[in-house]
Design a protein. Structure first.
Length: 251
């Protein structure tokens, strides 16, 4: 396979017919206006079945782009242990940064959490309208880091909604500052682990005692990253790196 140094753009497989890919907005605008792709140039696209296509642009106008498939590459199987990040909404760019980096670290789902300390400082409705922006940040990050699939950014959820949403059999862990008895790296996870992992991370200021009790009642392990006091946007990324390392996906 010829290696490429260009993002892999996501399309739906129903856009492929007779060895031709048809692209329209919003990806068309990004390719033609932002990247100035022209007829005859080569691009990589990937679909929801973990298949990538090396394509050459044959036709481009203001309403659509058509490209012929030169090469098809099947991706690796989906992860044995999908990781869901349930992240309490952080202020401003911190949340954007966590979504971008969590995508690079291969999470399958990002659930923005509305905890009591988030709700106390967020105007009503603000986080609901943020979902589209967060999903676009995840799409951009997945394309730039050549992920085989897009993470799903869900609608914001409260803790009770999270408990309803995550698989019953998932391995659940909630990140705590220092106070947890168990280190994240001591969880029963290794290269052979199969099953969904849920990592819940609190906001600036952490979980309230009531929230921590709810998490424990719902069979979440309370875990820490040791004695380091990490910033709210750094902690989830360190935790995800540890999890992916234990699973054999990093390092």
């Amino acid at each position: 396979m010829s290696f490429h140094h260009m993002p892999v753009f996501f399309i739906q497989s129903n856009r492929i017919s007779n060895r031709t890919v048809t692209i329209d907005d919003p990806l068309l605008s990004h390719l033609s206006k932002s990247l100035r792709i022209r007829k005859g140039e080569h691009v990589w696209v990937g679909d929801e079945h973990r298949v990538r296509y090396h394509v050459r642009v044959e036709h481009l106008d203001s309403s659509s782009l058509r490209a012929s498939i030169i090469e098809t590459v099947a991706g690796p199987p989906p992860p044995r242990a999908p990781v869901i990040l349930a992240q309490a909404v952080l202020k401003g760019d911190r949340m954007n940064w966590v979504i971008q980096k969590a995508t690079e670290l291969g999470v399958t789902t990002i659930i923005p959490l509305l905890t009591s300390r988030v709700i106390a400082r967020t105007p009503a409705g603000r986080t609901r309208t943020a979902r589209e922006r967060w999903q676009q940040i995840a799409i951009d990050a997945a394309q730039q880091s050549e992920q085989w699939e897009l993470p799903d950014v869900t609608s914001p959820m409260t803790l009770p909604e999270l408990f309803q949403h995550v698989p019953h059999a998932a391995l659940r862990c909630a990140l705590l500052e220092r106070k947890a008895e168990r280190r994240l790296g001591a969880l029963p996870i290794d290269h052979a682990f199969q099953g969904t992992i849920v990592l819940a991370v609190g906001p600036e200021g952490g979980w309230t005692p009531e929230e921590m009790q709810e998490l424990l009642d719902q069979r979440f392990y309370a875990v820490s990253l040791g004695e380091s006091l990490l910033r709210s946007e750094t902690a989830p990324l360190v935790a995800l790196s540890i999890l992916q390392h234990e699973l054999g996906n990093l390092g």
